[in-house]
Design a protein around this ligand. Structure first.
Ligand code: TXA
Ligand code: MG
Length: 330
């Protein structure tokens, strides 16, 4: 077999300098963030951003999240309302993306924002991401570093499995700690709207704003937010959600204390019933069970509180993406 031209790099100071240089020259760098691994390019360089879509095999040009190292850099690209400033002060650096009014003087290319008047910005907290952004000193557009339609990578090996054959420098940074993509909140209008549940919970956001956030009412209302497309996070295997127990031949994605043992492949997202731990393990567990070749993964119910909202959102998309009506609970 042909060896793939994989460049998996420990994130040493020299590697980070080289990665920063590579981004400035229009190359692609995959890097860890606290949420998932991102596939980054210089957001001001349209051909480099186009290379992201090509590498992912994305069917169309969705607006991407632009990552910056600090607030002074963020302010170059967007106008912050008082609410936006409050959210940034509370959660940056961290797993929150703000959709803001883009400044006319921002050099971020239209391809990165899909030509919208708004821009999605995030300051990640992962030390490798922060050092890379400082080394590159350009805004970095980065969707999750997976093939289009696959679940997001939470380990460098997931990136290698999906994109290892491409000309991408992959920075190694271990398993990500949050495990779900960032929460996306649109603060460009009068009422903040939650576009994508994620690493920061709705309750956390509402506590800072001291007001309820609006809910995106469905993907048809939001052509600007294709991250909300139902079939976004799809393993190949069918998923059966809210299963009380696995059926014969199924894999079992459990949550919380379990007494029954299961003969087939099984992973418990959190035996302690901890939603933070479950979020961290979700995508790796889906990848592992997907690779077992079983026809269906039965998934235990996950409570719809805190991070459970984001976990259930990803599971519902994964279930739709896998296609076909799953069997009824045995
Ligand atoms: O955790 C994360 O957010 C990861 C890491 C790498 O930072 N990135 C990520 O990027 O998930 P991506 O491109 O897969 O998701 C971008 C999300 C999508 O839901 C997209 O529709 C939304 O942000 N988005 C980006 N720009 C937008 C805009 N101007 N208006 C509305 N939604 C926007
Ligand atoms: Mg993605």
């Amino acid at each position: 077999m042909e060896p793939a031209p994989v460049a998996l790099c420990p994130a040493t100071p020299e590697a980070l300098r080289a990665a920063g240089e590579r981004l400035r020259r229009g190359g692609l760098v995959a890097f860890p963030t606290e949420t998932v691994y991102g596939l980054g390019a210089d957001a001001t360089n349209a051909p480099a951003v186009a290379a992201i879509f090509a590498a992912k095999g994305r069917p169309r040009f969705n607006p991407l999240i632009v990552h910056v190292a600090d607030m002074s850099r963020a302010a170059l690209h967007a106008r912050f309302s008082a609410q936006a400033e409050a959210l940034a002060a509370a959660f940056w650096p961290g797993p929150l993306t703000l959709v803001l009014e883009k400044r006319g003087m921002s050099p971020v290319c239209d391809l990165a924002t899909a030509g919208l008047a708004t821009i999605a910005l995030r300051i990640p907290s992962h030390p490798v991401a922060r050092q890379l952004l400082l080394a590159a000193d350009v805004p970095v557009a980065a969707p999750s570093a997976n093939r289009s339609g696959h679940v997001s990578p939470t380990r460098a090996e997931h990136v290698v499995a999906d994109l290892g054959a491409q000309d991408i420098l992959i920075l190694e940074g271990g398993a990500t700690t949050v495990g779900l993509e960032s929460t996306v909140v649109d603060v460009s209008g009068a009422v903040p709207v939650l576009l994508r549940p994620g690493g920061i919970t709705r309750a956390d956001i509402e506590a800072v704003l001291a007001a309820p956030v609006g809910i995106a009412t469905g993907e048809s209302d939001l052509p600007a937010s294709p991250g909300m497309l139902a079939r976004h996070y799809a393993p190949r295997t069918a998923l059966r959600l809210n299963a009380t127990r696995p059926g014969p031949g199924e894999a079992w994605l459990a949550f919380g204390p379990q007494d029954a043992c299961h003969a087939g492949p099984a992973i418990n997202l959190s035996a302690a019933g901890d939603l933070v731990e479950a979020a961290m393990h979700l995508f790796a567990a889906l990848r592992t069970l997907d690779a077992t070749g079983v026809p269906c993964i039965a998934v235990a119910p996950i409570p719809e509180q805190g991070l459970g909202e984001a976990i259930n959102d990803r599971l519902r998309r994964a279930a739709l993406g896998a296609g076909g009506a799953p069997p009824k609970d045995p």
